[in-house]
Ligand binder design. Structure first.
Ligand code: PMP
Length: 314
């Protein structure tokens, strides 16, 4: 997923030119993975660009930092305003991906993070489908990882912590090197947890099931929550249910949800086709509705959209 440079990155309240947005090599986070981040998408709508569920993402960033005992020197509304300004300054009116990051900077070294300066940055750039066009269209080929998701007493799985993604990266590399698109991770108890950057839904006899995030040691996905609401509004029953790997093998349909991935059907898991191996009708309905929702084509979800005015409209 190459990055397309844009003009400027927001760093600690100031806009810095893209090529000058640098950190010192002795920054605490670079050594110990201390910090948290978010991934947010903004979409073009018929009424200008809108950031999808901005408040919920920034709220999760603050909560992740709270778990890590990192005090972010910006309020929720300041972070939301900064994100909108990043879209505006970079003229990303066709939509983009936003990456807010809270990291510990230069000043202290040693495992104890207390006392290291807290830095905050928000970057944005245009970004395509996370698992590529083919997986988005025809379904992703998944592998159950040999790497287990963290035990919640090893790493707080409810925080989107920077260091936590070493675990995800190990699983991702294993899956990709073996020829798959993405990994599904099981928790330390053997139950299904999540993808390396996505939550998982199964469809069984017309009903949707997804692992309950805290029990499964999965991130509480904002897309997962949006899809639960959308699916129920479409008339589907949705349950949070602990799942084992054979539940995935026997699902009629399955799909991933996440900001980056959006809604992507699963074609196979461990070389077993999901259903008939083609994206199923319920997955299709959810995917279509989600795509319409983020683009402002479903007025009942308007409150999920943080609209970004152009400077001339302000
Ligand atoms: N699980 C993990 C491990 C993730 O990194 C992500 C992406 N943030 C998700 C689930 C999906 O979360 P969301 O829908 O809020 O993007």
């Amino acid at each position: 997923m190459p990055i397309t440079p844009t003009k400027q990155i927001w760093m600690d309240g100031k806009f810095v030119d893209w090529q000058d947005a640098k950190v010192h090599v002795l920054s605490h986070t670079l050594h110990y993975g201390t910090g948290a981040f978010e991934g947010i998408r903004a979409y073009k709508t018929s009424n200008g660009v809108a950031i999808f569920r901005l408040k919920e993402h920034m709220d999760r960033l603050l909560r992740s930092c709270r778990i890590l005992m990192i005090e972010v020197p910006y309020s929720l509304s300041e972070l939301c305003d900064a994100a909108k300004e990043v879209v505006r300054v970079n003229e990303l009116y066709e939509g983009c991906y936003l990456r807010p990051l809270v990291y510990l900077g230069y000043g202290e070294l040693g495992v104890n993070p207390i006392g290291a300066p807290v830095n905050t940055a928000i970057a944005a750039w245009p970004w395509g489908p996370y698992l590529g066009d083919d997986a988005a269209e025809n379904g992703a080929r998944m592998k159950i990882s040999s790497w287990a998701r963290h035990h919640p007493n090893s790493m707080p799985t409810g925080a989107k912590s920077i260091g936590g993604y070493v675990n995800a990266a190990l699983a991702k590399v294993e899956a990709v090197m073996a020829g798959y698109d993405e990994a599904i991770m099981l928790g330390p108890d053997g139950r299904v947890s999540e993808g390396t950057g996505e939550n998982l839904f199964l469809v069984r006899e017309g009903r949707l099931v997804t692992p309950p995030p805290s029990e499964a040691g999965a991130l509480r996905g904002i897309t997962q929550a949006s899809v639960v609401k959308i699916a129920r509004d479409l008339g589907y029953e949705v349950d949070f249910e602990a799942l084992r790997r054979d539940d995935i093998y026997l699902a009629d349909e399955a799909f991933l949800t996440g900001t980056a991935v959006e809604v992507v059907p699963l074609a196979s898991v461990d070389d077993r086709p999901v259903g008939d191996g083609k994206p199923g009708p319920i997955t299709g309905a959810i995917k279509t509705t989600y795509h319409q929702t983020v683009r402002g084509e479903r007025p009942q979800y308007e409150e999920w959209l943080a609209r970004v005015d152009r400077p001339s409209e302000r």
